[in-house]
Design a protein around this ligand. Structure first.
Ligand SMILES: *[C@@H]1O[C@H](CO)[C@@H](O)[C@H](O)[C@H]1NC(C)=O
Ligand SMILES: *[C@@H]1O[C@H](CO)[C@@H](O)[C@H](O)[C@H]1NC(C)=O
Length: 181
């Protein structure tokens, strides 16, 4: 938590210091031409982001592919499109349903940020063997070993027979996924 907060806070400070250093010069060059001002801002932004990249070897998060979690469940994300939308298939290793487990369709959405720590969410419909529904939210990280890791939390809604059983219908859990090679 604190490391993330620090990095989020530290970047704007570094950027604004650089901006202050350049500010006087830019002010004199630009005059009041708004087009020029825009172009200069773009250049500044590009310079800052390439600096940021070169010092940090960024691997953007792209959920496309196979993932396995700490329970042995597997997830196949087919393809993340340019809007961050994806579909896939969830192969759970655990179930409280009476029917045998089947791969289940999932649909989701991920952020496409400039760093490797995007948040995402997806819904799994277990319709092939259960009447439950699960939603996951999570975030990509590069672990201490440099390998990608997804930290997720989920809610599972189980179908209950009547409204009076509503109180016991929702389960919550956490899972960690790593990429399968
Ligand atoms: C994610 O990776 C897949 C497979 O390499 C690629 O087809 C897709 O375009 C990528 N998505 C994004 C948003 O970069
Ligand atoms: C991305 O979203 C825009 C706006 O909603 C849409 O027009 C476009 O078709 C979407 N692109 C993809 C690859 O889904």
């Amino acid at each position: 938590m604190s490391r993330r907060v620090l990095s989020v806070v530290a970047l704007p400070v570094a950027v604004s210091l650089a901006a202050v250093a350049e500010g006087f010069q830019l002010f004199c060059q630009r005059g009041d031409d708004p087009e020029k001002k825009k172009a200069n801002e773009k250049e500044e932004k590009a310079a800052t982001s390439s600096q940021w990249k070169s010092t940090r070897n960024i691997k953007p998060c792209n959920l496309t592919g196979w993932w396995k979690n700490d329970l042995g469940s597997k997830m196949h994300v087919f393809n993340v499109d340019n809007n961050g939308t994806f579909s896939g298939e969830y192969h759970t290793a655990v179930s409280s349903a009476k029917s045998p487990i089947q791969p289940s369709p999932l649909v989701g959405s991920q952020h496409l940020d400039k760093d490797e720590q995007d948040t995402f969410g997806f819904t799994v419909n277990w319709k092939k063997f259960s009447d439950s529904t699960a939603v996951f939210v999570g975030q990509c990280f590069n672990g201490a070993d440099g390998k990608e890791v997804l930290h997720t939390s989920w809610l599972l809604r189980e179908k209950v027979d009547s409204e009076t059983d509503d109180w016991k219908a929702t389960r919550i859990g956490r899972n960690t996924f790593t990429r399968m090679s």
